[in-house]
Design a protein around this ligand. Structure first.
Ligand code: S3P
Length: 424
């Protein structure tokens, strides 16, 4: 797909539901007794992989344009899958479902696309094995395909080395099937949607600072969930509104959970004009965001804020390229093991556009302010790379070609249409 610069962006956009919350709604709804109704569910490829996996384990899930209906069968209601579970491109499905499968009285095999088969799984294999599950990487490389033989599980207190909501959630979900209270402590607090939503379904789950603790065998009951808009998807329009001159965008119904709102803080620290309107809280806080063009300056981003904006770092790179001065990103080595190596890929293509950027072991240094020019970008089948460079193209001279641009269907199927709707 070919992109050109934009003179200004104006209008309103309602972005689709949150990916992390949509996955969890299907998973926890399947483990609950009775009906769970989910509105504003993200119809992205990753979340559809989660639906298919639970259907494959005997859960009836109706997917209509208005809502998802999950006919949950309770904690012990899953059946052995009829075939290999296909995770597609979804790391969240793979890691969270492994925690659930670890406690089932059956064996299962799960696999996914070429990217999933390269993502590190040792991080969940280790704690789940400590709890007593038999979990093996079929190719012996600590990646999927994985074979999981469920077992009665022991409760553990797991000290995670990475601030990862996927690891934390895998252990907490296995904890539903353990023989005592399971605890996870992480080095910095990652997104807490599992904790909030499991409690909403009836789990006995407590958090204190960086530790979450769950009691086994709760009675989970089906619920109604209205998924907030995904701040990770809103981030592209926040950045676009700030960097494209003469712009004003109103983004409706964005989830602003404090474990996810690092992008908002960074935009403001960089000098971005973003106003929160209509702030509400129905379990997860949401707001409308009014974004106006701003002149940005470089900042340092490091430490505990990193897990709260980990998926937004590619688009933050684009803002940093447009900002005056230097932006330094540290403590973000996790970028190397996302859908692509996001340090290498961002450095490669932002350099090709004329930006002064250097990759480091755990982040990047961006000396912003140089004019950007169009180039050819390969998305590396990474949705966040494709969307980040689509936004960069709006302020670049000439044409930007994005190869593999269709990959946005993973998290934001209507992204290009919504962007086009703001151009005048
Ligand atoms: C997610 C957690 C994060 C994030 C991913 C979604 C989740 O991954 O990058 O897009 O829904 O739990 P990590 O747990 O690997 O940091």
């Amino acid at each position: 797909m070919i992109f050109q610069s934009a003179k200004s962006l104006r209008g309103e956009v309602t972005i689709p539901g949150d990916k992390s919350i949509s996955h969890r709604a299907v998973m926890f709804g399947s483990l609950a007794e009775g009906l769970t109704e989910v509105t504003n569910f993200l119809q992205g490829a990753d979340c559809l992989s989660t639906i298919e996996a639970f259907r494959n384990m005997g859960i009836e899930i109706e997917n209509t344009p208005e809502k998802i209906l999950i006919h949950g069968k309770g904690l012990h209601g899953l059946q052995a899958p009829a075939s290999i579970l296909d995770m597609g491109n979804s790391g969240t499905t793979t890691r969270l479902i492994s925690g659930i499968l670890a406690g089932q009285p059956f064996e299962s095999t799960l696999t996914g696309d070429a990217s999933i088969q390269k993502r590190p799984m040792r991080r969940i294999m280790e704690p789940l094995s400590m709890m007593g599950a038999h979990i093996t990487s079929i190719k012996g490389n600590d990646c999927a395909p994985l074979q999981i033989a469920g077992r009665p599980l022991h409760a553990i207190h797991y000290q995670s080395k990475v601030a990862s909501a996927q690891v934390k959630s895998a252990v907490l979900l296995a904890g539903l099937y353990a023989d005592g209270i399971t605890r996870v402590t992480e080095p910095a607090i990652s997104r807490n949607h599992t904790e909030l939503m499991l409690r909403y379904f009836g789990a006995d789950l407590h958090t204190e600072e960086k530790t979450a603790a769950i009691s086994p065998n709760p009675h989970l009951t089906g619920q109604k969930i209205n998924v907030p808009g995904d701040i990770s998807s809103a981030a592209y329009f926040m950045a676009a509104g700030l960097i494209v001159p003469d712009s004003e965008i109103l983004i409706h119904n964005v989830g602003i959970n404090p474990t996810r709102d690092g992008i908002l803080k960074v935009c403001r620290q960089m000098g971005g004009n973003i106003t929160l309107l209509n702030v509400k809280n129905n379990g997860e806080p949401v707001a409308d965001l009014l974004v106006k063009s701003s002149s940005l300056h470089g900042i340092t981003i490091q430490g505990d804020i990193i897990p709260t904006l980990i998926d937004e770092l590619p688009i933050i790179n684009i803002m940093a390229a447009c900002a005056k001065g230097t932006t330094i990103i540290r403590d973000a080595a996790e970028l190397k093991v996302k859908e692509s190596n996001r340090i290498d890929v961002m450095v490669q293509y932002l350099s090709a556009m004329g930006c002064d950027i250097t990759g480091t072991e755990d982040g990047m240094i961006i000396r912003g302010g140089a004019p950007l020019h169009g180039t050819t970008v390969d998305s590396h089948l990474d949705h966040r790379i494709a969307m980040s460079f689509a936004i960069a193209s709006l302020i670049a001279d000439g044409e930007t070609q994005i190869k593999g641009s269709d990959v946005v269907t993973i998290s934001y199927p209507g992204f290009y249409e919504d962007l086009a709707g703001l151009m005048h």
